[in-house]
Design a protein around this ligand. Structure first.
Ligand SMILES: Nc1ncnc2c1ncn2[C@@H]1O[C@H](COP(=O)(O)OP(=O)(O)OP(=O)(O)O)[C@@H](O)[C@H]1O
Length: 228
């Protein structure tokens, strides 16, 4: 996906993306402070928002090939199992229990398959939201702070899962997170937003270890101070 000269106003906030290239089949980390525009940018990628000006080239991706999960996932008022099955049925598929079981088993939710989804814990809801996105086998997945409530073992599990999917099906991932260690472990490319502007993009290791860009340097210093 490629964005050029994008501007988008929402309320008092203005997002500016001069140039953003999201290479296919890579894991992209989208970072920046609270309110800098990460979710707004993700919604533009998804097509939930349209830009006021500029161009988005989705390079042949159709709407159903792009999926987004959020920090506070919207779940249907039914069971865990039905929450996974429903989006597949909407696509005209007729999934068997044996299609669903491995996904829920791997993240520990199979034993809760008949439980009302609204009664899940915050972390369990996030896991269910990830499953709902991944099982649709999209080509482009945006994960907006969706792993933020997971315990370290569960984060590891999903990190492994994301890598497997990327390697097997060349899926493009956009990970939005304030957990820089997660971004550092996972990302091929980093994109840093500051106050509504895309400031710098590039290879993750280079930018996170050794970046001369002043605003990114200051952001990384503040984040690591917050963690001590
Ligand atoms: N519909 C809207 N109306 C008015 N302001 C909005 C709207 N949507 C977003 N904003 C504002 O745009 C700014 C960017 O919001 P956005 O959710 O994109 O930030 P973010 O980088 O994802 O933040 P965080 O890290 O806190 O999740 C915020 O100041 C927010 O209040």
């Amino acid at each position: 996906m490629k964005m050029t000269d994008i501007e988008k106003q929402v309320g008092d906030f203005r997002l500016r993306i001069p140039q953003l290239q999201l290479e296919d089949g890579c894991i992209h980390g989208l970072i920046g402070g609270n309110g800098c525009g990460k979710t707004t940018l993700a919604k533009l990628m998804m097509g939930i928002l349209t830009p006021d000006s500029g161009r988005i080239d989705r390079e042949g991706l159709t709407g159903r090939e792009i999926t987004m999960t959020s920090q506070r996932p919207y779940l249907m008022h039914t069971s865990v199992y039905e929450n996974v099955v429903y989006p597949l049925k909407l696509r005209g598929e007729k999934p068997e229990e044996s299609d669903i079981r491995p996904w829920l088993t791997r993240c520990g939710l199979w034993k809760k398959k008949d439980q009302y989804a609204g009664s899940l814990s915050g972390g369990e809801r996030q896991k269910l939201s990830m499953i709902r996105a991944m099982i649709l086998k999209p080509k482009f997945i945006i994960v907006d702070e969706t792993l933020s409530n997971l315990d370290p073992d569960s984060v590891k599990l999903f990190e492994q899962w994301i890598r497997e999917i990327q390697e097997q099906s060349a899926v493009t991932w956009v990970l939005i997170s304030h957990q820089l260690s997660h971004i550092y472990r996972m990302s091929d490319q980093i994109h840093f937003l500051s106050q509504g502007e895309l400031v710098v993009s590039g290879p993750a290791r280079e930018l996170l270890k050794n970046c001369g860009e002043e605003r990114l340097r200051a952001f990384l210093d503040r984040e690591s101070l917050d963690r001590t």
